[in-house]
Design a protein around this ligand. Structure first.
Ligand code: PEP
Ligand code: MN
Length: 362
C-alpha cells in the first residue's frame, strides 16, 4: 500500500499546545470582525482553557458582496491576543501577500483553507513565501474529496522546509445537501493518517456540520476515530456573526461540548467506520434518486400542460413501450433484476399518467 514519507516534527506539538492530551484544541471566530470582538472572544476562550486562537482575516466567500474579512488590520488584534491573553494565534493564508504580512506581524501559526488546498498554484506560492521559516501550518482538506491533492499540499510545504505540519478535516462539498454542510467521508482523513502516521490530524466540526447543534456529535465521532485535535468556531454572539453564523458557538457552549466529549483510549473500530462511510454513500444516492424524481415530476407537469393545450392524448403506448424496453435493456446490461426495474418504472409511469389526468381535468 502507498505511504508517504514526510518529515514531520511532532515531539513538541510545534510548541503551540500547552499539553499533549487529546483533544488538542483550537478555537476562535470564523472571522475577526472588530478589535473588541476578537479580544472578548479570546478572553472568554482563555477562561475555558483554550490556548490556541483562530480568526479568519481574509475570508474566501463563495458569492460576492459578502463580508470578505477585515484583512491586514486584524493582525494587530491578533498580536494583542498574544500579548494580553498569552495565547498562540493563527489565521488563514491564501497567497504570498497574506503570508508575508503574517510573518511580519509574528503570527504563531497559519492554516490553508479548503478552497486554496484545491489549487496547487496557490499552495506553491504560499510554500515559496514560507521557505526558510518553520512556522506551523495546518492544511485543510480540499473541497473535493481528493486525498492526493491534500497530500500534495502537505508535500509542497514540507519540501520548502516546513516540518510543523498538521491536517484539518473539514468535510467535502456535495451538490446534494445532506444532513451536514460538508460530507465527512471519514475514510479520507483516516487514509491520510495511515499514509503519514506522524501527521497530527484535526477535525473541524463547525464546517462539516454547518450548524452548531451538530458540533458535539461530529467532534465525538472524530475522537472515536482517533483524531488528535479539534478546531471549532466560537463567537461571542454567534447569531450576529458576519460569516458562518449558524455553525459558531459561544465560548461557554464550547466548554460544555468539550466537557461532554468522551475520550476513549482505544482507536475506533475499523468496521464501524466502514459502515458509517457506506451509509453516507447510500444517503447520498437516495437523495440523488429523490432529486431525480422531483425533476421528473416537474417535466411531467410541463408535458401535461402542453398536451392539454394541444389536445393530445395522455397515454401514448408506443412511447411507454420505448421507455420500458430501454430501461429493462439497461437493467440487463448492468446486471440489475429486470423485474425490479420494471416495477419501479411502472409505478413512476402510473404516477405520471395520474398527474397528467389531473391536469387535463383542472
Ligand atoms: C474557515 O475556517 O473559516 C474557513 C473558511 O474554512 P474552510 O476553508 O474549511 O471553508
Ligand atoms: Mn468559517
Amino acid at each position: 500500500m502507498e505511504t508517504s514519507s514526510l518529515n514531520i516534527k511532532t515531539s513538541d506539538n510545534w510548541a503551540l499546545f500547552k499539553h499533549t492530551e487529546r483533544p488538542l484544541l483550537l478555537a476562535g471566530p470564523c472571522s475577526a470582525e472588530s478589535e473588541e470582538q476578537v479580544l472578548a472572544t479570546a478572553s472568554r476562550l482563555q477562561k475555558i482553557g483554550i490556548n490556541v486562537f483562530r480568526a479568519g482575516l481574509w475570508k474566501p466567500r463563495t458569492r460576492p458582496n459578502c463580508f470578505e474579512g477585515v484583512g491586514e488590520k486584524g493582525l494587530k488584534w491578533l498580536v494583542k491576543v498574544q500579548r494580553l491573553q498569552g495565547m498562540k494565534v493563527g489565521t488563514e493564508v491564501a497567497n504570498s501577500h497574506h503570508v508575508e504580512e503574517c510573518l511580519k506581524a509574528g503570527i504563531d501559526f497559519l492554516w490553508i483553507g479548503a478552497r486554496t488546498t484545491a489549487n496547487p498554484f496557490a499552495v506553491q506560492e504560499i510554500a515559496e513565501s514560507l521557505r526558510g521559516t518553520d512556522i506551523p501550518v495546518l492544511v485543510k482538506n480540499p473541497i473535493n474529496p481528493d486525498i492526493e491533492l491534500w497530500l500534495g499540499a502537505l508535500e509542497r510545504l514540507n519540501l520548502v522546509g516546513i516540518s510543523r505540519l498538521g491536517a484539518i478535516h473539514r468535510g467535502f462539498s456535495a451538490y446534494n445537501n445532506l444532513k451536514y454542510r460538508n460530507m465527512p467521508q471519514w475514510q479520507i482523513p483516516i487514509e491520510l493518517k495511515r499514509r503519514i502516521k506522524t501527521l497530527p490530524l484535526f477535525c473541524d466540526p463547525s464546517h462539516i456540520g454547518g450548524k452548531r447543534e451538530y458540533i458535539q456529535e461530529i467532534a465525538q465521532k472524530s475522537m472515536d476515530l482517533g483524531f488528535d485535535g479539534l478546531m471549532i468556531e466560537s463567537h461571542t454572539s454567534p447569531e450576529q456573526a458576519l460569516s458562518d453564523a449558524r455553525q459558531q458557538v459561544t465560548p461557554e457552549t464550547l466548554e460544555q461540548i468539550i466537557e461532554h466529549l468522551v475520550i476513549r483510549t482505544t482507536q475506533a473500530q475499523a468496521d464501524d467506520m466502514v459502515i458509517e462511510d457506506l451509509r453516507e454513500r447510500i444517503d447520498y444516492l437516495d437523495n440523488t434518486i429523490m432529486e431525480t424524481l422531483v425533476s421528473r415530476m416537474k417535466v411531467i407537469e410541463e408535458i401535461g400542460q402542453y398536451k392539454k393545450s394541444k389536445n393530445l392524448s395522455i397515454f401514448q403506448p408506443e412511447r411507454w413501450e420505448k421507455i420500458l424496453t430501454h430501461v429493462t435493456e439497461e437493467a440487463r446490461k448492468n446486471n440489475l433484476p429486470q423485474e425490479l426495474v420494471e416495477r419501479i418504472f411502472k409505478a413512476i409511469h402510473q404516477a405520471s399518467i395520474d398527474r397528467q389526468t389531473e391536469i387535463m381535468n383542472e
